[in-house]
Design a protein around this ligand. Structure first.
Ligand code: IFM
Length: 478
């Protein structure tokens, strides 16, 4: 590991965060661990998907990824150098339960025990996500998320992991970004398992919600002290014009992206208008009596992944592609495939995603106004940019620091006005495998040389470390 870099000139803006504010960074198992065949790990849907032609840009795969499985201790030291107070990571289901049902793999569980113990030895609070998209292939072979049984298998898995790690991990979240797992996995096919079956995607979305609720209940029954949350990716949505078509497009995309998950988790209901839109694609008889009460199991917190705003158009012919997928994919917007995604005229990140801190404020305001009050955490926020390694080995990425600074300012303002926002996790701690985009998109605060696996803090990491040390905003890195 090297921590060289350009330490930015900083000046306090006086925007201090409350004592106890959680300063974190996040990763996920499949994106960083590698070692996909080590120590009895089973096969995941992403292993299978990566082996299929044309699925991942450049034919990239995650067999080695950034070798975190072997380098976790070095990575935890990096976190300590950054001054993180918390680290959000996910566990790999097939590493712990190779077939997704039946026997557990002690060696897999032991890896996470070692990781957690290492974190705790530095005073870094582990935040564990149970599912960040790496479903055991055996469960996909049995039907995947469109099959109701997968929700039950997940609850069993959650209970087993919680029983083993609940003594040392306090903060738990269930399913990361169920929208992606359902609609990118089963409708557009951009993500594993790569199915393009819109009706199955709706079933998957419901069963991911059910899996969340069943898992939350199972963990709660084991230990009332655990803090349990759901994790949703929310967007601010604007109509492109004030036309009726665009208003309807905004309602539809907001319904599929935000309300289908928020209303289920926090109110125990699906939005009527969304059910009506989806009812045109399939009957909804897989939603059984009592499911929504299960899904709305009481939570201790809500984890929000926020990146951008969508500006949408419903005008015939006014639509641009509904997907910025890098590979040949369909539309994830089941029942609303006609909606177009329009350039809102804001600066964009290396993913082409518009940078809009005001969208985060809209999301937070909405949560407080329309849903039961819960402690909120920004569990992912960050940006990919085309990093350049200078001759002296440093990586100067002020645009990434500026992105985070913009969103942290919004967080600060939100807290000042009474929104119960308690923490922030930058995505991502380190460069890693960005799903269908492979390794071409770097989100890390820490640069990873994929040939040598050497980690180097970018200038944004040094800026974030200064911010954490200061307990507030110093101004973006130059
Ligand atoms: O890398 C992903 C992560 O796995 C889930 N949220 C969005 C990130 C950036 O695309």
């Amino acid at each position: 590991m090297t921590t060289q870099g350009t330490r930015p000139e900083t000046q306090s803006s006086g925007l201090m965060f409350p004592t106890g504010f959680v300063w974190g960074a996040a990763t996920s198992a499949y994106q960083i661990e590698g070692s996909i065949s080590a120590d009895g790990r089973g096969v995941s849907i992403w292993d299978t998907f990566c082996r299929q032609d044309g699925r991942i840009v450049g034919g990239d795969h995650a067999e080695v990824a950034i070798d975190h499985y072997n380098r976790y201790a070095e990575d935890v030291r990096l976190m300590a150098d950054l001054g993180l107070t918390a680290y959000r990571f996910s566990v790999s289901w097939p590493r712990i339960q190779p077939l997704g049902s039946g026997a557990y793999n002690t060696k897999g569980l032991d890896f996470y025990k070692r990781l957690v113990d290492e974190l705790l030895s530095y005073g870094i609070d582990p935040w564990l996500t149970l599912y960040h998209w790496d479903l055991p292939q055996a469960l996909e072979d049995a039907g995947g998320w469109p099959a109701r049984d997968t929700s039950k298998r997940f609850a069993d898995f959650a209970a087993a992991v919680h029983a083993e790690l609940g003594d040392r991990v306090r903060n738990w979240s269930t399913v990361n970004e169920p929208w992606c797992a359902a609609f990118l996995g089963y409708a557009s096919g951009e993500h594993a398992p790569g199915r393009r079956e819109p009706a199955a995607a709706i079933r998957a979305a419901h069963h991911l919600n059910l899996a969340h609720g069943l898992a939350a209940q199972a963990m709660r029954a084991q230990n009332a002290d655990s803090q349990i949350g759901g994790c949703v990716n929310l967007y601010a949505i604007s109509p492109a014009t004030d036309s009726e078509e665009d208003a309807d497009a905004a309602r539809r995309i907001d319904g599929l992206q935000n309300r289908f998950f928020l209303d289920a988790l926090l109110k125990g209901e699906y939005p009527e208008d969304v059910l009506k839109d989806l009812g045109a694609v399939t009957d909804l008889d897989f939603i059984e009596d009592g499911d929504l009460a299960t899904i709305a199991a009481p939570l201790d917190m809500l984890l929000i992944n926020y990146y951008s705003r969508f500006t949408v158009s419903g005008a015939p012919g006014g639509a641009q592609s509904a997907s910025a997928a890098p590979t040949d994919s369909g539309s994830p917007w089941v029942g609303s495939e006609h909606v177009g995604f329009v350039n809102g005229g804001r600066p964009v990140t290396g993913m082409g995603w518009e940078i809009d801190g005001s969208g985060l404020r809209e999301v937070l305001d909405r949560l407080v106004a329309e849903y039961p009050r819960l402690p909120l955490y920004i569990s992912e926020n960050g940006a990919a940019f085309d990093d350049v390694v200078a001759e002296d080995g440093t990586i100067h990425d002020p645009e990434r620091a500026a992105y985070i600074d913009t969103h942290l300012r919004v967080c600060h303002d939100a807290i000042e006005t009474g929104i119960p926002l308690r923490g922030y996790f930058a995505w991502s701690l380190m460069d890693n495998f960005e799903w269908a985009w492979g390794y071409g998109k770097r989100f890390g605060l820490v640069y990873v040389d994929y040939e040598t696996q050497i980690r180097t803090m970018k200038s944004s990491a040094l800026w974030y470390a200064d911010t954490i040390r200061h307990g507030g905003l110093l101004g973006p890195a130059e």
